[in-house]
Structures are given as structure tokens and as C-alpha cells.
Design a protein. Sequence first.
Length: 244
Amino acid sequence: MRTYAIGDIHGHLAKLHAAHALIAADRAACGDQEAPIVHVGDLVDRGPDSSGVIEYLMQGQGRGENWIVLRGNHDRMFLGFLEDPFTEDPILSPHVSYLNPRVGGEATLQSYGIPDAFSRPLEDIAPELTAIPQTHRDWLVAQPAYFTRGAAIFVHAGIRPGIPLEDQVEDDLLWIRKPFLTDRRDHGALVVHGHTNIEAATHYGNRLNLDSGAGYGHPLSTVVIEGRDAWLLTPEGRAELPRG
């Protein structure tokens, strides 16, 4: 059972287009036009074109592409800001606002034509949030927090070890690091995730981290998964990701 997956996009539409081109090449090479493409969340923030990323993925799903788009913590923060810009996500550090450049919300608003959000009072910005189309808001709300297929679980941040999938809470699915990242136990399926920025996509045996730092100017990782085996897609073809 084959599945394609793409790491944290963070507003980089050109990198997303390149990732889909790599998948198209692999599809042609293996003759599989049906395998789904899973995007593991964090569509927005930091990069230059969050609005374009959302529109591209929304339009693709609308025309029937077999694309699964998961909700990441940055996507949830964006939605929360749109609902009430004066209230932050409860998991976010109280010393860092959504609009802080470290989070990247200012770049997201800029992509919708709302400039200099971090340096202006929220009272001035709030009325301008009508620039974000309701279709984008509704689409983001509708995206799931996880997806299962074959021997893999796809989720943005990870899972809390030892808890059945149906009992996991969204805060963990979208935000967890420890104890998930340090747990070497088998989780019953390969957990494919992003959220925690590392140098390159890495297969740890029980999990596969795809966040290679696209939001910080690094590559966007694209992989193909068959069972619990995975390959990084490159312009030269597949590169095996050995199990750690």
C-alpha cells in the first residue's frame, strides 16, 4: 500500500508545487496514479504565500484530487486568531504572540494583503481580518487532525504514547514533542509526522519525521511510504530512508 506525504509547508507555495512535481514523476515511474498524498499540516505562517497554499490545496481537493490535508498547530493558531485576535492559543508561550515573527502569523496576514501586523495595534488589525475569505476559514476548519492508512498513522506533531488513537486529544496531536519524540516503543503503526524541525527527513523505526525546516529556508521533504518503508523523493528519483 503506497502513500505519499509532504512535510510542513509554512506558506511556501513554490516548494509545494515542486513537491507535487516530484510525486508526479514517481507516479509515472511506478505506474500508480491512485495513491493519496498526505500533507502533515502547518500550511501557514513564516513563508510568503500562505493564502496561495490554502487556495491551491483547497482547489485541488475541490476538483477531486486524492489529497489529505491535516491540521497543524500553526493552522489552529491562525484559525484562533481569526476568531478572536485578542486571545492566543492556550499552548502558545504567553511571551510570544501569534503575530510575532518567531511564529510567523504576520507573514500569513501579509499574504492576504494585511501589512505590518506585528507593529500595529490589534484594534486596528481586527477589522481588516475580513480580507481572509470565509471559504478559506471553513476549509481549514474542516481538515482532520490525523489520517490512517495501511501500516501508518499520519499526524502533525505525534501521539501520546500508550493512548489509543481514538482517545488522543488534539493538543497532543498538534503540539506534542516529549514524551513522543523520546519514546522508542512501537506504536502499532509507523507514525508519520512533522512539527519538530530537524535537518532532514528521518526514519526512526517507530516514527518518520518530515519537518526539514521549509519554514526556515530549508527544503520541503516529500516521501513515498510503502508499508513501513520510506523513500525521500528527489529530482534524481527515490532515496531510501533507512530505519534508525
